[in-house]
Design a protein around this ligand. Structure first.
Ligand SMILES: Nc1ncnc2c1ncn2[C@@H]1O[C@H](COP(=O)(O)OP(=O)(O)OP(=O)(O)O)[C@@H](O)[C@H]1O
Ligand SMILES: [Mg+2]
Length: 242
């Protein structure tokens, strides 16, 4: 029995809601959605945490322009708070170096990060999930009991086919799915809505492909003013998810 597993539940005791932004397929905007969601919630006055669980391609710090901050040791590690977001990532330990983890090393690293991180009172902890429904997704489900899933996809057939598999796994495991968000929309089309509905999941809405987004990456204030953030905020308000 790994003693760290007993600690993990306690680490989330002061967190009201835990939302994993997932979607199965790579490159569909999970990290961007998770980071901007955290920004929007913090702007609305909520206590927010952002946990980047993508150990191979951590991106939250790049998207939000977080640098030169580190967790503080206090019976575990307390994540630094940047513009109202408590941010935890493997990046504090690896810096610019890659973390080429294999097999059980991934699970071990996830358990370690979850066991050492001391979250203070949070209204929301947003988790940026790596692509795929492999070890990290399964570990997150196994180790974080109260996690709810926000599923992101594009309308591409390729992304939709992976999204369907992910929804199926989540449903089989009885995990709550908040709904499906379409990202990078370029034309009127109901493919995502139709697939989500067919799978028995709520369709939350669509965010357009934002040509100006790249210029806002790394700058929280610019990000908040993007049409991506505006549309996500509208969807959140309309769906009353939070
Ligand atoms: N609506 C959008 N408009 C324009 N660019 C976008 C949009 N959504 C995401 N992007 C861009 O697409 C790229 C991939 O996004 P992101 O890293 O969030 O995807 P991801 O699903 O987290 O990828 P991975 O599976 O590798 O973790 C990034 O450069 C991001 O800025
Ligand atoms: Mg990502």
């Amino acid at each position: 029995m790994d003693p760290r597993l007993n600690v993990i539940d306690k680490r989330f005791e002061k967190v009201k809601r835990i939302i994993a932004v997932s979607g199965g397929k790579g490159g569909i905007g999970k990290s961007l959605t998770a980071s901007v969601l955290a920004l929007i919630l913090a702007e609305q006055g909520f206590q927010v945490g952002l946990l980047d669980l993508d150990f191979c391609g951590p991106s939250g710090h790049v998207i939000l322009g977080i640098q030169d901050v580190f967790p503080v040791e206090e019976k575990g590690l307390v994540p630094p708070v940047i513009n109202g977001i408590s941010f935890m990532s493997i990046i504090y330990f690896t810096g610019a170096n890659p973390a080429p983890l294999r097999g059980s090393e991934v699970s071990n690293a996830i358990i370690e990060l979850l066991a050492i991180t001391q979250w203070h009172e949070l209204d929301f902890l947003i988790i940026d999930m790596p692509p795929g429904i492999g070890d990290p997704a399964m570990d997150t489900i196994r180790l974080i009991k109260r996690v709810e899933f926000l599923v992101v996809t594009t309308r591409s057939l390729v992304a939709l086919s992976v999204m369907k598999k992910e929804l199926q796994v989540l449903q089989e495991l009885g995990k709550p799915v908040l709904g499906v968000l379409e990202n990078m929309k370029t034309s009127e089309n109901s493919a995502v809505r139709d697939e989500a509905t067919m799978m028995g999941a709520s369709f939350l809405g669509s965010v357009d492909f934002d040509l100006d987004l790249e210029n806002a990456l790394g700058d929280m204030n610019k990000l908040k003013r993007t049409s991506f953030a505006g549309q996500l905020k509208e969807i959140m308000a309309r769906t009353k998810l939070f």
